[in-house]
Design a binder for this molecule. Sequence first.
Ligand code: HEM
Length: 460
Amino acid sequence: TMEVLGFLRLEASGPMVMVALSVVLLVLLKWYSTSAFSRLEKLGIRHPKASPFIGNLTFFRQGFWESQMELRKQYGPLSGYYLGRQMFIVISDPDMIKKILVEKFSNFTNRMASGLEPKPVANSVLFLRDKRWEEVRSVLTSAFSPEKLNEMMPLISQACNLLLAHLKRYAESRDAFDIQRCYCCYTTDVVASVAFGAQVNSQKAPGHPFVKHCRRFFATSIPRPILVLILSFPSIMVPLARILPNKNRDELNGFFNKLIRNVTALRDQQAADERRRDFLQMVLDARHSTTSVGVENFDMVRQVFSATECTVNPSQQHQPRLLSKPLTVDEVVGQAFIFLIAGYEIITNTLSFATYLLATNPDCQKKLLREVDHFSEKHPAPEYRHLQKGLPYLDMVIAETLRMYPPAFRFTREAAQDCEVLGQHIPAGAVLEMAVGALHHDPEHWPRPETFDPERYRCS
Ligand code: HEM
């Protein structure tokens, strides 16, 4: 035996080892580059042909919006793709979406995370998982109840008055101006006031630290070549990106964290009735226990409508429930960040698109103006519940704007366990993408999808 081993040692030395190792490495690389790409086929789901390492990345050259339409056109309402090795199952069939998000929801509570979300975003309800998601979501549900929203209305009106004053000046001068910038200032003021407890007039004070940090947060993006590397080799690149020093990221996190810590310390010193009634306060109040119960009560729309129809206060119906552990400062910052993500870009874009659609559809604009004028005569100081009933045409205009230009046009869910959805097998861990944009532009469900027609939503 010794002789044989000795012979092997002799033979395996030098260039031979190099060649053998290179061959093994190449075989492994070849396997790694394509081994992930048979899963969709096994599930019987059609998809564009995947390229080694990057999967269908090049299919998304034009951006996700165009590609989502293309996927639906070429492969139908159930299709798939790979980003790097990650498989996505894309769904734009309303029945299937309903099954996943309503009937079988308990198997799909988690969203997919890339692992690269900035800390406050990772701590927000958008990326918390399982039990903790449910607990924090119930804190938010109570903070968004109609009566709590009513308490926040004065803060929102304050920011709105500033916006109207700016718009009036532009209207009087009759000069062209960028309305998206005005909306951006308005939403920044609302977010600062409602979620971070800070009073800001961003149009007048663009150098305010809050305004500057918000702009920086949204200006930060991952350069394309790095993105390709991350998608192709996630198991190496994601941990690497997380540990590598990133001054910009740390500075931004530090700023928002310190702001919330300072405001929290101040609020804790104040008497309860002296505290500002904002979203931050609602979350701080609910740090230890929450009044709303489980997932079945998370449907805000139902709550809002039940509150307008009868006077029962929904959150009063439930006993307070202790959280398994109180919200940490990082988690409070995370929930305030939801406003930054949702309230800043999404609302700025929705307002801008609605304005554009009204400007290009003057008849709708006139009709809306009549409704709003009538409403303000009737309710000089409107409450939240008045908004629900008194402005049906505005509601239709917003719904049609969101149909045509949905800001969150794709979102994901992860399957916790193997399951069947309308005959389609979904394996545990699979990521399902709801193709909101493609569904909203499907002529089968929305005839003449490119036409702005708020009447689609008229309740007869
Ligand atoms: C036009 C406006 C908005 C649109 C189109 C929109 C859209 C969405 C979508 C598509 C989701 C993901 C749903 C899912 O994964 O099932 C979501 C989640 C969420 N949005 Fe919005 N959003 C808007 C405004 C807002 C605003 C203003 C806030 C709060 C300030 C907000 C707070 C949230 C929260 C807290 C979640 C997570 C809920 C959860 O985890 O259960 N959204 N939104």
